[in-house]
Design a protein around this ligand. Structure first.
Ligand code: PLP
Length: 411
């Protein structure tokens, strides 16, 4: 693999100036765009003109200049030819899958994916679109290979799985998908900058920008990155799932996310630094912690071989407290007594977010499906924030553990 650094790639982009030479780009709020000559309009419809050809825009659901810039920036972060932004991570996933598959086609998916993705694959797409989906343990490469059929169009995994934090072996999974004429689609929401799936052989990368990339928990947004051919197909006037289903990003959201990309590297590094410190200290205390940055994590070496240097191992760790009652007590103490963080779903926020996955973001799965996915009932997912000082936060965590009788005597 050639040297690739997402932040360097972003910095290599041409700077976007504002309309009057402002140092920040302008927000283009218009939903429709004029042409100078009547004959230009049909030429845009026929694809002869567009954002990259003559700088022509047509209508905001097709392309918007501000959203278009953010798409190119996310593509630069992933080292993709092209990128496009959507109103949510879910619409990015749904639109991508519907673009790649037709009725009767088949998907191989990791059994450990975000609950919304799981429900989309297990229930919605089979029922509404006639797709079939096989869920497999993505770490078991022979099971992955065996699940392919003649109709398999894509293999879908999360680079780091929600919430179990297992890491996908992207180069090997890409080989398997390609050997079957299918594409490898990777949701990289949990580890932007840390992993660059396209550089490792994946074909398409999806993000929920709602999480780390935006970082302020004030916008729902998504993105898809891949080849220019694929991204253009999503915008096709006749067959494009983004053009026709319309999960359009608001340009004000695009602007505000774009303004936060400049400090994404700093944020991810600090999330990771704190997560590693917390996970190491919890492990030293003998607590059941799951974090890929710990040498005891089953995918530590795999992740080390794939990750970009300088961004750590990710901002999320889990503590397995066995029962949902213990998980609830822990989260209540951390939020209501110790002010350590907030009991809320989502991740990648500057404050710490705590959730019990089995009862929340993975509750679309039955208990058996959760067990197969490795989601235990007392698993608390901690998306570590960076407000306050690290030592202040650690003493709050210790206090909660002490109250639960989980600290060894004397500590
Ligand atoms: N992918 C992952 C890994 C997620 O955790 C989520 C949401 O939690 C999504 C996709 C969906 O993203 P959004 O909420 O932006 O639609």
């Amino acid at each position: 693999m050639q040297h690739f650094d997402p932040i360097e790639s972003l910095a290599n982009m041409r700077h976007e100036f504002g309309e009057h030479g402002g140092v920040n780009m302008s927000i283009e709020t218009s939903t429709t765009f004029t042409v100078m000559d009547a004959e230009t309009m049909p030429e845009i419809f026929q694809g002869h003109f567009g954002p990259e050809q003559g700088g022509c825009y047509l209508y905001g659901r097709h392309f918007n200049p501000t959203v278009y810039v953010l798409g190119r920036q996310i593509a630069a972060l992933e080292g993709a030819e092209s990128g496009y932004c959507t109103a949510s991570g879910m619409s990015a996933i749904a639109g991508t899958v519907m673009q790649l598959c037709s009725s009767g086609d088949h998907i191989v998916s990791s059994s450990t994916v975000y609950g919304g993705t799981f429900a989309l694959f297990k229930e919605y797409l089979p029922e509404k679109c006639g797709l079939s989906v096989s869920f497999v343990d993505a770490g078991d490469l022979s099971a992955v290979e065996a699940a392919f059929t003649e109709r398999t169009k894509l293999l879908y995994v999360e680079a780091m799985s929600n919430p179990t934090l297992r890491v996908a072996d992207i180069p090997r999974l890409a080989k398997i998908a390609h050997a079957h004429g299918a594409q490898l689609v990777v949701d990289n929401t949990f580890c932007p900058l840390i992993l660059s799936p396209l550089q490792l052989g994946a074909d398409i990368v999806i993000h929920s920008l709602t999480k780390f990339i935006n970082g302020a928990s004030d916008a729902i947004a998504g993105a898809v990155c891949g080849s220019t051919d694929f991204i253009s197909s999503l915008m096709d006037l006749h067959q494009g799932s983004f053009m026709l289903l319309g999960p359009t990003m608001d340009p004000r959201v695009a602007y505000s996310i774009s303004m936060r990309l400049a400090h994404l590297g700093l944020r991810v590094s600090e999330h990771s630094r704190r997560a590693l410190t917390f996970a190491s200290r919890l492990e030293e205390l003998g607590l059941p912690v799951i974090y890929p940055g710990l040498p005891t994590h089953p995918d530590h070496t795999l992740l080390d071989g794939m990750r970009n240097q300088g961004y750590g191992w990710g901002g999320i760790f889990c503590v397995d407290l066995e029962t949902s009652a213990e998980a609830s007590t822990f989260m209540e103490l951390l939020q209501n007594k110790d002010r350590f963080g907030l009991m809320a779903v989502s991740l990648g926020f500057f404050e710490t977010l705590l959730s019990c996955s089995a009862l929340s973001t993975s509750s679309e799965m039955t208990p058996e499906e959760q067990a197969r996915a490795g989601i235990r009932p007392g698993l608390v997912r901690v998306s570590i924030g960076y407000t306050g000082s690290l030592e202040q936060r650690w003493s709050q965590m210790e206090d909660a553990l002490r109250k639960m009788g989980r600290l060894p005597a004397g500590s």
